[in-house]
Design a protein around this ligand. Structure first.
Ligand code: ATP
Ligand code: MG
Length: 689
């Protein structure tokens, strides 16, 4: 019998409620929620999951996928809060059992390990991140003699990008080359050969790359006994940010739920920003037709996030898109000023402007955490980071260079990975060369011997010590043996590996002390994981974000500012948002103007950035900004124009200002004693008039 309407339902608007209450049985038809930014899609999804649980769905049989682990954790917390209203203390145990919440890649890794025995994989497989994958691609490329210098064969990075595109878009190589990598079309034959060997190498070494996590999953879900088992495993499959999934991901969903029963997807076509990673907005647009007539489509048109002036400006920007998005968002938050469009001289002034506003806000009671600075590319926040550090404002940066990308952190992780899976050549190649007297060719030889042996680690002990390796060799052999045997003793074994690595660190790097601190931090992180395998998997899939070491790493309960690329900011919201470098060349990026489609994606990116703001929004337009090397042949400053996505006719939606503000009347006396040679303030004001 249906329960009495719970209080949590009454807080929802009628459309949201329709989506939340859309059938709680596993046999219910597919549901699509397609709606604009801030309309409560994620909130609705959380309510739906809670509503399913409250109505008796088994949380262990709910598969919930979001675009980051952080988003999944946040969703789980929200679900628990809602369940608590109805179930009280029982809610914690129920949502604790919601253990299939995560990213596509993370869930894939777990399922593949579960079925590893049945698909011919050793369950101790390790996972390569993009850099490792490129390194392996490079090894294979050299084996084939496709070296770049002589033949101008594509770089390892390009090879990997082509491979990855073929896999994720589920398209033949010829098509991918023609559409995305036209300058490589003449290499189709060689690339195919390379990819064949690359796949073989991964299998031999018992490693999976990111794409494999989806590919193996799709294969398992496709047919046979495992498919049936997988299909029966989940009553409900729910996906947030569906507009940013690719063909391979949609094929997984369709394999799990062929008739769409129990399937819920949520997204916004106007926010699709990952096509450079083969995501396709067709997934969400074609959903209704694919499941016609069973699919229910819910649209939401009330925005709960932003003030009217911010929403109006964001709507105006996206309305200029060549594709029509049919959403018309409204809000009753009819307060606050227009978004500021702030002209500044350069990036140093941009940084000062932003920091001043942030501190002003803090004076009036807004926490740093309620404010965020967004940018197109990680390098754009350089000047700001300097200014924040100078003024001792703690910050955390998302989406930039990861802590794990640092060479010394990778070294230490490679030690663990090699112990976990001694057939992983990229890991082995990396650490063997830390030993004195071991270069690339002797490392290869050692790895070859290990590869041929049934028990590779044991074989190490039988090998003659490489010349000039001294005591280091037996120390390494015994470390490996201990780590192999010590699988259960975690995270103590990481400490063991660190103490082994530290002397090497001191030999290689001058700034060994700061690097040692990183390694200790890694140990700190490790203590949160139950096993080495979990630690390695999750760190590789969703590494912790880099923090500001100069300002001191903020602890969790401390107040800190968020710095984030726009891509990593999706789904989130802040009271105040500052967008840096709203100029042509940054948004759109000079790399993103190659085709009309790319330009449209950059426009959506600006829309995503603007719609993160609740109460105030600042778009900053430096007259001069710094462009990094490769695209403009050397680092240099360029004079920039306001982004093309805010043409003059949209001007009324913004408050146009310049900074520093023009000197006031009382201050002219001071200025007079030090004559201004170049009245830039006046120039800048003129540019806007
Ligand atoms: P995005 O497209 O950016 O991912 P979204 O559509 O997922 O946005 P949410 O993040 O779920 O939107 O919600 C935006 C804000 O609106 C949140 O602060 C949320 O708490 C609030 N909100 C959503 N629905 C309601 C509601 N019915 N009543 C009050 N507030 C709501
Ligand atoms: Mg959302």
């Amino acid at each position: 019998s249906p329960l009495a309407p719970a209080a949590y339902l009454e807080k929802l608007n009628p459309e949201q409620r329709l989506a939340v209450e859309h059938g709680v049985g596993a046999a219910n038809g597919p549901l699509l929620v397609i709606a604009g930014a801030g309309s409560g899609k994620t909130n609705t999804l959380a309510h739906r999951v809670a509503h399913l649980i409250v109505n008796g769905a088994d949380p262990r049989r709910i598969l919930l996928m979001t675009f980051s682990r952080r988003a999944a954790a946040e969703m789980t917390r929200r679900v628990e809060r809602i369940c608590r209203q109805v179930m009280g203390e029982k809610a914690e145990a129920m949502t604790g059992a919601l253990n299939w919440a995560g990213t596509f890649h993370g869930i894939g890794a777990r399922l593949i390990r579960d079925y590893a025995d049945q698909i011919g994989l050793d369950p101790a497989f390790t996972i390569h991140d993009r850099e490792d994958s490129a390194d392996l691609m490079n090894l294979v490329r050299h084996e084939l003699g496709f070296s770049r210098t002589e033949t101008r064969f594509p770089t390892k990075g390009t090879c990997l990008a082509i491979y990855s595109r073929c896999v994720n878009a589920q398209q033949p190589i010829e098509e991918v080359l023609a559409r995305v990598f036209p300058w490589c079309t003449s290499w189709a034959k060689e690339l195919k050969q390379l990819f064949g060997l690359y796949v073989e190498a991964k299998q031999k070494q018992n490693v999976l790359d990111y794409d494999d996590l989806l590919l193996y999953w799709a294969q398992m879900a496709g047919d046979g006994a495992i498919a049936a088992d997988l299909g029966n495993r989940f009553d409900h499959v729910l996906v947030d940010e569906y507009q940013d999934t690719n063909r391979l991901q949609s094929s997984i969903l369709l394999a799990l739920k062929p008739d769409g029963a129990g399937l819920t997807v949520v997204g916004d076509d106007a926010q699709s920003i990952y096509s450079f990673r083969a995501a396709t907005v067709r997934n969400i647009l074609d959903f209704p037709a694919h499941f016609a007539p069973a699919a229910r489509i819910v649209t939401l048109d009330r925005n709960y996030r932003s003030t009217l002036p911010i929403l109006t400006a964001a709507n105006a920007v996206i309305e200029k898109a060549s594709e029509r998005f049919t959403k018309n968002l409204w809000t009753d938050r009819d307060s606050g000023g227009k978004p500021a469009l702030v002209s500044v001289r350069d990036e140093a002034d941009q940084a000062r402007y932003v920091v001043d506003r942030i501190l002003e806000n803090r004076e009036t009671g807004a926490l740093l955490k309620q404010q965020a600075v967004l940018f197109r590319t990680s390098s754009h926040s350089g000047q700001l980071e300097v200014e924040l550090t100078r003024r001792t404002i703690p910050f955390v940066k998302f989406g930039g260079l990861k802590f794990l990308d640092a060479a010394h952190v990778k070294d230490l992780l490679a030690v663990l990975r090699f112990a976990e899976n001694p057939r992983d050549r990229v890991a082995g190649f990396r650490i063997l060369q830390l030993l004195p007297g071991v270069g690339p060719s002797s490392a290869q030889r050692i790895l070859d011997v290990m590869a041929a042996a049934p028990n590779p680690i044991a074989t190490l002990a039988d090998l003659p010590a490489p010349p000039r390796s001294g005591d280091e060799w037996p120390a390494f052999v015994s470390l490996m043996a201990t780590l192999k045997a010590d699988r259960a003793d975690w995270p103590a074994s990481l400490g063991l590996a660190r103490r082994w690595y530290e002397p090497h660190l001191e030999r290689i790097h001058e700034d060994a002390l700061t690097r040692q601190a990183d390694l200790l931090q890694l140990e700190q992180i490790a203590s949160g994981y139950q096993s080495r395998e979990k630690f390695l998997t999750e760190l590789t899939l969703d590494p912790p974000d880099a923090t500001s070491d100069q300002a001191g790493v903020p602890t969790l309960d401390e107040d800190y500012l968020i710095l984030s690329t726009i891509h990593s900011a999706k789904g989130q919201e802040w009271k105040s948002v500052y967008v840096l470098n709203v100029v042509d060349g940054a948004i759109p990026s000079d790399l993103g103007t190659g085709s009309p489609d790319e330009i449209e994606e950059e426009r959506r990116l600006l829309y995503v950035a603007m719609t993160r703001a609740k109460d105030d929004l600042h778009l900053i337009v430096p007259q001069k900004f710094f462009v990094h090397g490769q695209h403009s042949k050397g680092d240099k400053h360029v004079y920039a124009n306001r982004t093309r996505f805010i043409p003059r006719e949209l001007g009324d939606h913004f408050e146009w200002t310049s900074w520093p503000p023009p000197a006031r009347a009382g201050e002219t006396a001071v200025a007079a004693s030090q004559p201004v040679r170049l009245d830039i303030g006046a120039r800048l004001r003129d540019m806007w008039s």
